[in-house]
Ligand binder design. Structure first.
Ligand code: NAP
Length: 243
């Protein structure tokens, strides 16, 4: 059997895991969706692009044996996560889900939880200036909004977009000061975000609290049953070492 470990990536955790495994001399292949024009590449070998659904990943694993697979994709990358679970079932490749914990509100936060992007769009319908921090692929659900909307992304967002959208091209992480300046400059009166969790994108939540701006949070999709889950890179490293 190959000693190779496949990491389904696209997150900081996936990069940190690849860095640690490569540092331990483990043959590591990171897979990225290839959506960002200029992705931050992890060390070790990298492949780009989809596998072709669960069947495609199954066939790929049969052609390219690995000793273990870590699904370290983003908490909202539900299609890839489902494909990984299905392909692991069929091939018997051990699979671990590495997913950072979600956010929880603290004193002073005005958070409003919703189940979907569509529900988030309904929740902000009465506001005048909306910071849509849900990712550039999630904007279609907000296309009908009449409010001023602010979108920030690494690459330009694709239509459909709300009719009055200002786009800021930037790559995080951002400081609380930068987020405060952004909220102030655009007169933002509500923020919409997915429950991505982790510190990398949390400064906007602190800034919203400081300005008394409510935050609409989209709950995470459920995880596939039967797949072990860890929250930290260190736990994922232990799991890989034990394979
Ligand atoms: P998704 O909806 O679950 O995936 C859509 C399709 O993209 C998958 O079916 C798969 O194509 C391909 N794909 C996704 N992740 C892949 C990977 N690591 N390697 C190879 N193919 C992959 O995922 P998404 O929400 O579009 O996210 C795409 C990438 O961006 C992921 O790597 C994710 O970690 C990262 N990301 C997502 C978000 C977010 O908010 N969703 C935020 C930050 C980073 P096939 O079916 O053809 O295999």
């Amino acid at each position: 059997m190959s000693g190779r470990v496949l990491i389904l990536g696209g997150t900081g955790e996936a990069r940190r895991l690849a860095t640690a495994l490569v540092g331990e001399g483990v043959d590591t292949l990171s897979s990225l969706a290839g959506r960002v024009a200029d992705p931050r590449l992890p060390p070790g070998e990298v492949r780009l692009g989809g596998f072709g659904g669960a069947a495609g990943l199954t066939a790929w694993l049969q052609a390219h044996p690995v000793r273990a697979m870590v699904d370290a994709t983003h908490p909202f990358a539900a299609t890839m996560t489902a494909s990984a679970a299905a392909a692991a079932d069929v091939t018997g490749v051990p699979l671990l889900r590495l997913q950072r914990p979600g956010w929880s509100a603290g004193p002073g936060d005005d958070w409003r939880w919703v189940d979907s992007l569509e529900d988030a769009a309904a929740a902000v319908a009465g506001f005048g200036s909306v910071f849509l921090s849900t990712g550039r692929k999630s904007l279609g659900a907000f296309a009908g909004l009449a409010a001023r909307c602010l979108v920030r992304s690494v690459d330009p967002p694709e239509p459909p977009l709300p009719s009055r959208t200002a786009v800021v091209l930037a790559r995080g992480p951002f400081t609380v000061e930068e987020e405060l300046a952004l909220l102030d400059e655009h007169g933002v009166d509500v923020v919409v975000t997915k429950d991505s969790g982790g510190p990398m994108t949390a400064a906007k939540l602190t800034a919203a609290r400081e300005r008394g701006v409510p935050v609409v949070l989209v709950r995470r999709p459920p995880l596939p049953p039967g797949v072990p889950v860890v929250a930290t890179v260190e736990e994922a490293l232990d799991w890989v070492r034990s394979r």
